[in-house]
Design a protein around this ligand. Structure first.
Ligand SMILES: NC(=O)c1ccc[n+]([C@@H]2O[C@H](COP(=O)([O-])OP(=O)(O)OC[C@H]3O[C@@H](n4cnc5c(N)ncnc54)[C@H](OP(=O)(O)O)[C@@H]3O)[C@@H](O)[C@H]2O)c1
Length: 303
């Protein structure tokens, strides 16, 4: 199992740290000595997650802060809180996500929920935190993608799926967009010489709450999803978190790298470098997506 090298003196923000893979990423970073901000939409669930981490690592330095990625005002408030303190940030784990709500759902900003949470919220968060990410030296941004990205398609003319909403298609688009953004930011950092690395990861297949959470959006009672049944090879969060942990902390992981599980169909196994699909590396795509996101969020990710 991957052992996170010492993160003493480093400060991290992990989105979606209330459960699943984000909680595991936060736990392992804190266990390696990082000071971790658990960025969560429910501070109650965040405090419960912090208690679980402290049970394993009594000396863990943790802070729970409210962040709803599906609300751009909440993203701005969260970032302003950190910017006001002015302390450098070394690791940003763009992990939180929502998958396949059955009906198209709009956020307070009028964006489709999966695009808003998985992409626009993380884009705006990263853009707003750039001053802190470039203040300490050697900072990394890790973007959680998915193997769904490998079958996704970016529809730049209809990113919000207003014409036709198909749940998995919108999810796959959002995860492809995360990967495209990771690679675009890596390229920007390389071109401008800014001391910031951007990397991507996908966890394979892990039976977290992701599947029922998405299926339950807009429902009064939680819904189960067939994807929780475990009929495909799957792994636990300790292994599933590894690609993102390697991207964020391995000395061997370079700017622009993409990690995922090495085993069958990329669903299970130890983290290894994986090749981004060609649809993520099409020339100019990142630039156009970043431009669209700048217009949608009112924030420019400038390096
Ligand atoms: N599990 C897999 O097999 C798999 C495969 C490929 C990719 N992924 C990706 O891995 C990431 C983590 O997913 P997971 O499997 O750990 O699922 P999970 O257990 O459902 O965790 C998702 C996390 O995202 C948070 N979240 C959802 N909407 C949010 C919002 N609007 N603002 C802030 N936080 C929000 C959730 O918070 P609450 O506690 O408030 O709900 C939760 O902490 C996602 O990006 C997902 O797309 C997972």
């Amino acid at each position: 199992m991957y052992e996170v090298p010492s993160q003493d003196g480093r400060r991290a923000v992990v989105t979606g740290a209330s459960g699943g893979l984000g909680l595991e990423v936060a736990r392992r970073l804190a266990g390696a000595g990082a000071e971790v901000v658990l960025a969560v939409r429910s501070t109650e669930r965040g405090e419960r997650a912090a208690a679980l981490i402290r049970a394993d690592h009594p000396g863990a330095r943790l802070e729970v802060r409210a962040l709803d990625l599906a609300d751009l005002a909440s993203v701005a408030r969260f970032a302003e809180g950190l910017l006001d303190e002015g302390r450098p940030l070394h690791l940003l784990a763009n992990n939180a996500g929502v998958m396949r709500p059955r009906r198209r759902t709009e956020t307070v900003d009028g964006l489709e929920l999966q695009f808003a949470t998985n992409v626009a919220g993380h884009y705006a968060l990263t853009a707003r935190l750039v001053p802190l990410l470039t203040a300490g030296g050697g900072a990394r941004v890790g973007w959680m993608s998915s193997s769904a990205a490998h079958v996704g398609r970016l529809d730049l003319d209809d990113l919000q799926a207003t014409r036709r909403y198909r749940p998995f298609r919108a999810y796959a688009q959002s995860k492809l967009a995360d990967l495209v953004l990771a690679l675009w930011l890596a390229e920007r950092a390389g071109a401008t010489g800014v001391d910031l690395a951007s990397l991507a990861a996908h966890p394979g297949y892990v039976r977290t709450g992701l599947f029922s959470a998405g299926a339950s959006v807009g429902r009064s009672r939680p819904r189960r999803s067939l994807l929780e049944a475990g009929w495909l090879p799957h792994q636990e969060v300790d292994w599933g978190a590894e690609p993102l942990l390697v991207a964020l902390t391995s000395p061997e992981a370079g700017n622009g790298a993409y990690y995922g599980p090495a085993g069958p169909w990329g669903l299970v196994g130890p983290a290894t470098l994986v090749r981004p699909p060609r649809r993520a590396t099409t020339g100019g795509l990142g630039e156009r997506l970043a431009e669209a996101l700048g217009a949608l969020t009112g924030v420019e990710l400038a390096l």
